[in-house]
Design a protein around this ligand. Structure first.
Ligand SMILES: CC[C@@H](C(=O)O)C(=O)SCCNC(=O)CCNC(=O)[C@H](O)C(C)(C)COP(=O)(O)OP(=O)(O)OC[C@H]1O[C@@H](n2cnc3c(N)ncnc32)[C@H](O)[C@@H]1OP(=O)(O)O
Ligand code: CO
Length: 158
């Protein structure tokens, strides 16, 4: 029954109706790979002017404590991250990795509540209680790197 109802109404509404009974539909493609950078201008210059990629304007996201630049690479992206404000979640990482480094991977999921449930049911901790709205205006959630083989995993609703 859930299958045909999903075709008629939105996945989120369906998820509310069948809370706890809907099955996670599985992970989608890589949305972006994020690199924390100590100097946003020189990192942008590398991808834009040396490697010839199309890059976005720098976008300050105070609610995430970062400024981002997206490098477009076909159907995926690199997200350049630089700390914003004095409580940035990436300051500790850059303190340990002074030249910058691979910070997280972001994978797409059809329904973030279903994905979070599948993860938490399996003992994976999320870093916030509720999803936030990410750089693409869609709900995102981060999973603890210690529960994901040392990799910070971001989920973004597609
Ligand atoms: C722009 C919006 C959005 C998007 O739409 O794309 C974004 O991408 S926002 C990006 C920035 N936001 C976040 O990263 C939010 C989630 N992250 C966090 O809450 C924190 O970064 C963290 C994961 C809790 C780590 O914070 P930190 O201050 O470094 O805490 P600890 O020092 O206690 O770290 C604990 C432990 O985890 C290791 N660690 C930290 N960062 C990473 C990482 N990126 N990848 C792998 N491992 C990481 C850290 O080294 C500690 O390990 P030990 O040293 O062994 O204790
Ligand atoms: Co990200």
């Amino acid at each position: 029954m859930i299958g045909w109802m999903q075709k008629l109404i939105s996945p989120s509404l369906c998820s509310c109706i069948f809370k706890g009974t809907r099955k996670f539909s599985g992970v989608g493609k890589i949305n972006h790979i994020a690199i924390a950078v100590p100097n946003l201008e020189s990192a942008t210059n590398l991808y834009k002017n040396v490697l010839g990629a199309k890059v976005s304007a720098a976008m300050p996201l105070p609610e995430h404590g970062v400024t981002t630049v997206f490098v477009e690479l076909g159907d995926t992206k690199i997200e350049l991250l630089h700390p914003l404000g004095d409580r940035s979640p990436i300051s500790g990482f850059l303190g340990k990795n002074k030249s910058g480094g691979l910070h997280h991977i972001c994978v797409e999921v059809e329904n973030i509540s279903d994905a979070v449930k599948a993860l938490t049911d399996n003992g994976i901790r999320t870093l916030t209680e509720e999803p936030k709205i990410g750089a693409h205006g869609k709900p995102v959630m981060f999973c603890h790197p210690k529960d994901c083989d040392g990799v910070l995993l971001e989920l973004e609703e597609s």
